[in-house]
Design a protein around this ligand. Sequence first.
Ligand code: SF4
Length: 364
Amino acid sequence: MRSLGVFEKLRILGQASSYDVCAYPSADRPDIVFPGIYHAWASGKKVPLLKVLFTNHCSLNCRYCAFSSLTDSPRCTFEVEELVRLFMLMWRRGLVQGLFLSSAIPVHPDDTMEKMVSVARRLRYREGFKGYIHLKILPGTSRDLVMQAIPLATRLSINMEMPREDLLREVAPSKSLRSDVLPILPLLEGGFTTQFVVDLGPERDLELLKAVDVLVKRYTLKRAYFQAFRPITGTPLGNRPPGSKERQLRLYQGEFLVRRYGFSPEELVDHEGNLPKRIDPKTYWAKRHPHFFPLDLKGATYHELLRVPGIGPQLARRLVALQRKGELSLLTIEKTGINLRRSGRYLLLDGKALAKGSRQSPYP
Ligand code: SF4
């Protein structure tokens, strides 16, 4: 068989990495501008990353995946040194500023994880690269290799894919949350991110949000990403309809509310356990809790303010600071950047409606 050149491998393994997400999706920007070069967004800035799989040879049989042992697609594998040199070449030319390295699992996860760790180690210690390295921890990796990966990576992630063991087994019979993923989580003390695939099975939004809640409270989850299922021709699930982007968006909103705003998953979903489709989950919650509003800014706590549609942690902090200094007035409130058209109808100041034309209470 003809051996592939490094740029051909980059094309194949860069394209292959598109199934892993590491940023919120956006309709108005292409994330992958060239196979292998991926634009992540950090603090409003575009950061080009070399985003590749180490290999797309896989012995596992995930039924949705283009690279499982059940499919027939072009395969290749980087050599450790080849990938180090490729990254340094792209970095020196200013094409990329960091590395996102994931992989399929040809034999045992440790064999591949060891090579991924070697890439990161050579970049850090031999090449002196101090920038961003995101390492995907492969399910089933041994404790020793996870511990080796931790100090080398800027960010670590491990994919859950599904919120429950039985649901995962149905679509990925050779993977187990219980034995391949959960034992790794306590080791990731510095934090990790994860990914769920949406509409891959019968999972409800409540189950996904509960999983996020547990991962935040019991472990160190920093963020969960949601990838709407993309059917791939030639795979056993290739005939299923694609996952809903609308649902993906609502899950991102719900995840934020659970992880950062103190909402419980149960508060955000309907009687079937799903997030609303037509409005964002916070407005949905506000509509179902008219007794909570209007909220007087003079006495509102930080956590109460976080429940007002349009108010996030930064704005809530500013409003509480004004309150503590005794400087709450229409003028100072407007200067916080609050959108009074959106949030004003839920708020009072000294017992008076804040939004022009609103009644004292927005709800009868
Ligand atoms: S582990 Fe599963 S999802 Fe990952 S490459 Fe292999 S078959 Fe695909």
